[in-house]
Design a protein around this ligand. Structure first.
Ligand code: LLP
Length: 411
């Protein structure tokens, strides 16, 4: 599906010209396509089939309107904080479809999740397991849990987003997990539901995932042989997307890897997809403030910055940059930079872009980990978020104002 496309030289989102949206909401501004969000969810849930619950990883884009759309389509949710739990519940998500991941759940977060009646807490250490058991016993209920195992595979992605290697802080080593399951099974306040794993994000090659799932299956079978029957396997998220010239796995490729590795195993599955569902459903619109020539280097200074979209600064990530009007400027090689006072504040380095002063650009692939990782650094109000549906657009988060920036401070 071609959600963002040129029509008579103008870049469109669905049936709306992005220039018209920029005119209406000003820049910088995040724009999401409802059709793309729907299409991505349905493609994955159809490819994965009835035995797999697609859980949306809220951290990728946690706007309430986006969450509501996923809830309406039947998604479950993967959360990592009390804040994300509150968001999902406010957006109408069902508690019984929520799984709670993360290495540092606080006692308050655990209590709130248990009283909400979520489906499962993915436990990342023995210490966390016993804390959950104590809290559940205290509340007079049984906590539904899975252990998140660390399968020790290299996902072949950026070091900051690889999570399944033994030196990473995530998960419980396989052998330790085996022993911990058997101990946990004896605790009256724990209800052992499944096994979870997540090896990393922006996976372009699914072989490491297949390897991890094979190890999870072996653990499942081992526990089964010892009389412990679990209900589900949570295989994490991490399916990559195309930012530039990558060839990411399709929903069918992904389903195939899971089906092959889990063949013959009658157990429910869950996945925790973030980026693959929202990444290419969103763009960040920005306006060129100045072109600047430093003799040896050309800069295109835009009104979006690392506080709005951190990925290039943090990971050296590539985002395509397209002009909203195709035929305006000649191509030039430039650094596309924001107004923030750091040399790390760039959107692109040595990039061939069509840009001239006052012109509008779209930073592509900004639907995941875009707004969600934004900040107010340099006292910059965060941009608005707009949802497009056919010919219609709807503000789903207004631009921050000075009161939003300073209203919580006590001078
Ligand atoms: N499940 C767990 C336990 C996770 O830690 C993550 C992502 C996901 C699911 C969803 O992964 P996805 O399907 O979106 O790849 N800020 C980085 C990405 C950080 C990912 C953190 N964990 C970025 O901008 O590339």
């Amino acid at each position: 599906m071609n959600t963002f496309h040129y029509h008579q030289g103008d870049l469109y989102c669905e049936d709306l010209s992005l220039a018209a949206i920029a005119q209406h909401y000003q820049t910088p501004c995040y724009v999401y396509s409802e059709a793309a969000l729907r299409e991505r969810y349905h493609s994955f849930s159809n490819a994965l089939g009835d035995n797999t619950q697609v859980c949306y990883a809220v951290k990728a884009n946690s706007n309430l309107a986006v969450l509501r759309l996923f809830a309406e389509m039947g998604a479950g949710f993967d959360i990592v904080s009390g804040g994300e739990l509150e968001r999902v519940l406010r957006a109408g998500g069902a508690a019984k479809k929520i799984i709670f991941s993360g290495v540092g759940k606080s006692a308050d977060e655990i209590r709130t999740a248990l009283s909400a009646g979520i489906a499962c807490l993915n436990v990342e250490s023995a210490a966390e397991l016993w804390r959950i058991a104590d809290i559940a016993a205290d509340m007079g209920l049984r906590a539904p849990i899975a252990l998140r195992v660390n399968p020790d595979v290299d996902p072949g992605t950026h070091a900051y987003i690889a999570t399944g290697l033994k030196e990473s802080k995530f998960g419980i080593p396989m052998d330790a997990a085996r022993a911990l399951y058997l101990e946990a099974a004896k605790h009256p306040a724990l209800e052992l539901k499944g096994i979870a794993c997540h090896i990393g994000s922006q996976l372009l090659n699914l072989a490491p995932l297949g390897e991890a799932v094979t190890r999870v299956r072996a653990l499942y079978e081992d526990l089964f042989a010892q009389g412990l029957t679990l209900e589900h396997l949570d295989l994490g998220g991490g399916v990559g997307i195309r930012y530039h010239e990558e060839t990411p796995p399709s929903p069918a490729d992904y389903a195939e890897v899971l089906n092959q590795t889990l063949q013959g195993l009658a157990v429910n599955r869950a996945v925790e997809l973030g980026r693959a569902l929202v990444g290419n459903a969103g763009v960040l619109l920005t306006r060129v403030e100045y072109l600047k020539d430093n003799g040896s280097k050309q800069f295109c200074v835009v009104d979006a910055a690392m506080n709005d979209l951190l990925r290039p600064a943090l990971y050296g990530a590539w985002h395509d940059i397209l002009p909203l009007r195709q035929d305006v400027a000649a191509e030039q090689v430039m650094d596309v930079v924001g107004p923030i006072c750091e040399s790390g504040d760039f959107i692109a380095k040595d990039r061939s872009v069509r840009a001239e002063a006052a012109q509008l650009l779209a930073i592509m692939g900004a639907g995941a980990y875009g707004f969600a990782m934004s900040s107010n650094y340099n006292s910059r109000p965060r941009p608005p978020e707009v949802l497009v549906h056919g010919h219609q657009h709807r503000l789903i988060r207004r631009r921050e104002n000075w009161d939003d920036l300073m209203g919580m401070e006590l001078p």
